[in-house]
Design a protein around this ligand. Structure first.
Ligand code: NAD
Length: 301
């Protein structure tokens, strides 16, 4: 089946550009967000607005969601006026990071409404969402995968993880814990360099052709920390949520995650100091404060 009519709920930093790509690819989109200005922006790009998730699910068979936290995903799926009550919906495809526990619970709740759950978290940040270069990890029954694959390939490279709900979420949590760990440890290494009198730009350039290179030194430092803009586009609250979920799920599985527990505390400190809405590159500011240095390239002062 080729779906041309889609729903999209959650038009934020990620959902905004992802829904925009679908519109540009010729899909007919019905959208909802609690933030009116996000809806207005999508309508200006060609989408039609609905008044609730339920209204979206009354209009189209496949609804994508990109929502901040597991409780919001659960509410949008199964709450009053949620997607599950819709008369036309057949598939809810969730692009959010929720963890496998929520994925399994929502999948079960939706199956009671005859709606198929697809979990499809993404990695690659706002830039990846804009350019269509995300990693899209998907778990759902094969038949549903064949139906949604052409849709999610609009966002980037798609990986089929398995048929059980939540499997793709496990991959995503592992990845995001590693991304946060890279940011913490790279901040510590760079702070040491600055304290020794080295231009951090020079140190980043060297690391990026050496064995210590990682997503923080290759992307976050050049883009948001060395210039001092701290505007990578991912909030501390969401990164904290991801690492917390990762450590909790690992613990429930009997997998030790000592390093992960440390990264979780680091994010808790960053959230307490700079607020939940701060950019998660603010992790570097915590290290800077403790070390008494600023990790800025010489050219940006
Ligand atoms: P965001 O906060 O920018 O966007 C979330 C959107 O959901 C907002 O527009 C908000 O108004 C809307 N919303 C909140 N409650 C709602 C409700 N009840 N009904 C309808 N809409 C509601 O978050 P984001 O950065 O776009 O992240 C979205 C998801 O993608 C999260 O789960 C996040 O962990 C994940 N993610 C983010 C990034 C990133 O770099 N920002 C990368 C990969 C994955």
């Amino acid at each position: 089946m080729t779906d041309r009519k889609l729903g999209f709920v959650g038009l934020g930093r990620m959902g905004g550009p992802m829904s925009g790509r679908l519109i540009d690819a010729g899909y007919d989109l019905t959208v909802y967000d609690t933030n009116r200005s996000a809806v207005d922006a999508a309508v200006a790009r060609g989408a039609r607005a609905a008044g609730s998730p339920r209204e979206v699910a009354d209009a189209v068979p496949v609804v994508l969601t990109s929502l901040p936290t597991p409780d919001v995903v659960e509410k949008v799926a199964l709450g009053p006026d949620g997607l599950g009550g819709g008369s036309v919906i057949e598939i809810m495809l969730d692009l959010s990071t929720t963890g496998p526990g929520t994925a399994k619970r929502v999948a079960e709740g939706l199956s009671g409404h005859g709606v198929q759950w697809v979990d499809s978290p993404v990695s690659g940040g706002v830039t990846g969402a804009e350019k269509g270069t995300l990693a899209v990890m998907t778990s759902c029954p094969r038949s549903a995968y064949e139906r949604v694959e052409p849709i999610v390939s609009t966002f980037g490279k798609v990986f089929f993880v398995g048929e059980e709900p939540g499997l793709a979420q496990v991959v995503k949590l592992g990845n995001n814990m590693l991304a946060a760990a890279a940011l913490v440890l790279s901040s510590e290494a760079l702070a040491m360099g600055v304290k020794a009198g080295i231009d951090p730009q020079v140190m980043v350039d060297i690391i990026n052709v050496s064995s210590g290179r990682n997503s923080a030194t290759q992307d976050k430092f050049p883009r948001a920390i060395l210039p001092g803009t701290f505007d990578f586009g991912f909030t501390t609250a969401l990164s904290y949520k991801d690492v917390r979920l990762c450590v909790e799920e690992a613990e429930a599985m009997g997998v030790p995650m000592l390093g992960g527990a440390l990264i979780r505390q680091f994010l808790a400190i960053t959230k307490a100091k700079f607020g939940p809405d701060s950019d998660f590159t603010s992790i570097a500011k915590v290290v800077e404060e403790w070390a008494g240095v600023e990790i800025r390239s010489k050219s940006t002062g």
